[in-house]
Design a protein around this ligand. Structure first.
Ligand code: 5GP
Length: 113
């Protein structure tokens, strides 16, 4: 079975700037940052996209959200950050292994493009 890019990072087959890891998730720096802080918060379980998640994934999803807040606090982002989930290619998703983008460090316009 083909591994997702993020599984290869989780398995340490591909290097990444890992800033946090636990049994449920890994947090890495995005290779092509769109803001001074651009992290990817990734569950170790492969859920291709958010709309594929089900009720049994609610603890994982909750974990990712709480972790985002905790990491933002630890990095001193002053409660100013944005979380983004691209769901589907037309919405900008390019890696089909669920992940949260955490962006901070520049003005974040609304609505996003
Ligand atoms: P998506 O477009 O699926 O929402 O987000 C995928 C993200 O993964 C993109 O922001 C892209 O820059 C990032 N990315 C792609 N390849 C790599 C890689 O090899 N390492 C890291 N750290 N990030 C990657």
């Amino acid at each position: 079975m083909t591994l997702t890019l993020f599984e290869k990072i989780i398995n340490k087959e591909i290097p990444a700037d890992i800033i946090y890891e636990d049994e449920i998730s890994i947090v890495i720096k995005d290779i092509s940052p769109q803001a001074p802080t651009h992290l990817l918060i990734i569950p170790k379980k492969v859920i291709p996209k958010l709309s594929d998640a089900s009720k049994k994934d609610k603890d994982i999803l909750g974990h990712l959200m709480l972790l985002a807040g905790r990491i933002a606090e630890e990095l001193g982002l002053d409660e100013t950050f944005r979380l983004v989930v691209n769901n589907g290619a037309a919405a900008g998703q390019s890696v089909f292994h669920l992940h949260l983008h955490l962006l901070s460090g520049r003005p974040l316009n609304w609505p996003p493009g």
